[in-house]
Design a binder for this molecule. Structure first.
Ligand SMILES: [Zn+2]
Length: 340
């Protein structure tokens, strides 16, 4: 693949997307080769057993818990298969190498906002955060933003992929969750952006996070909110419905999951700003999906009502992303997800 050796600045962004999709298709096919080892489970969030099949998408079956409403892929790849996928994905490696500077620049405001939100959370809840652990740090962009704002903060990243970060103050643990357990470290906060939706056994993750938190220290997490107007309207066209989003939470499901694992939620919000924009973009391409929805069309047709509608979605926890802040001051009653 000579094209892979081109410098990012010489490559058209359309090529990046096309090539990423092609490689991801190969990755997914490899993953599906191991499907006899996939595991079919009851609800990973609330452990109830009333979990009928909802639909099949991209050769993967989805179940919907009738208790907490969790939508999840089942049968799903095992933890080992999933970790292997993340480690050896050609698409993800290509993305890391080839992402043009302009795409990185376009994502920078997102990480800036997350860093500002994190520091605001520490202020609001009076947390002196000298050491912070980020789990699932991706390319480390958030950590770099945080380090730029708090040069004295000890920021530790746990990431299965090798990372090449130059910023000072950032320490990297390369490995899976077992590496975190072995490290036996305690932090003033643990942060997990867009991670828990990828995790097959969330109780195990939360057990390890508990072990890494000093008493009273918070866990900050974000995850897609499946109980959102955008996701329900766009269905499988929503970016939330993705082969490696194996568990799609909603405010009830995440609350039940955290409570079983001894976490108390002190803040849950859906601060997304792009739902209405995405619904409108979807309507431009798929007007037929809105033919039987004249009321929604009325809202979307006016810029002012669109702005107000976005605020309404945020206010009523109907935006497509959740942010949760939780303290682990209860008992841990976690256990593996019940198998079928
Ligand atoms: Zn459930």
């Amino acid at each position: 693949m000579s094209q892979n050796n081109l410098k990012a600045s010489e490559v058209h962004p359309d090529f990046i997307f096309t090539e990423f999709d092609r490689l991801m298709h190969l990755d997914i096919n490899d993953l599906l080769q191991g499907r006899e080892h996939f595991e079919d489970t009851y609800c990973p969030a609330c452990h109830r057993r009333d979990t009928p099949k909802a639909f099949t998408y991209q050769q993967l079956d989805y179940r919907r818990c009738q208790g907490c409403g969790l939508l999840y892929i089942s049968p799903a790849p095992s933890e080992e298969q999933h970790l292997e996928f993340v480690r050896y994905s050609r698409a993800m490696a290509f993305w890391r190498q080839s992402q043009p500077e302009e795409m990185k620049a376009a994502r920078k405001p997102m990480y800036e906002e997350r860093a500002a939100f994190t520091l605001e959370t520490f202020r609001t809840f009076n947390i002196t955060a000298q050491s912070v652990l980020e789990v699932g740090a991706g390319n480390g962009e958030f950590a770099e933003e945080l380090a730029a704002r708090r040069p004295n903060m000890n920021i530790v990243l746990l990431e299965p992929q090798e990372l090449d970060l130059q910023a000072s103050g950032i320490e990297i643990i390369t490995g899976g969750f077992d590496a975190l357990e072995r490290a036996e470290r305690k932090f003033d906060a643990v942060i997990a952006w867009e991670l828990i939706e990828h995790i097959l056994e969330p109780d195990n993750l939360l057990r390890l996070v508990r072990g890494a938190l000093k008493p009273g220290a918070p866990l900050l997490l974000s995850t897609p909110n499946e109980r959102s107007v955008e996701t329900r309207k766009l269905k499988t066209e929503s970016s939330n419905i993705l082969f490696d989003h194996v568990r799609l939470y909603n405010p009830v499901a995440i609350q039940e999951l955290l409570a079983r694992n001894g976490f108390r939620i002190i803040s849950l919000s859906t601060p997304g700003q792009l739902d209405v924009q995405r619904i409108k973009a979807y309507r431009n391409v798929n007007p037929e999906a809105f033919a039987d929805d004249p009321a929604l069309n009325l809202i979307l047709d006016s810029p002012k009502s669109c702005d107000d509608y976005q605020i309404f979605l945020q206010t009523h926890q109907l935006s497509s992303h959740m942010r949760v802040i939780a303290i682990a001051d209860g008992e841990w009653n976690g256990s593996p997800t019940p198998r079928m």
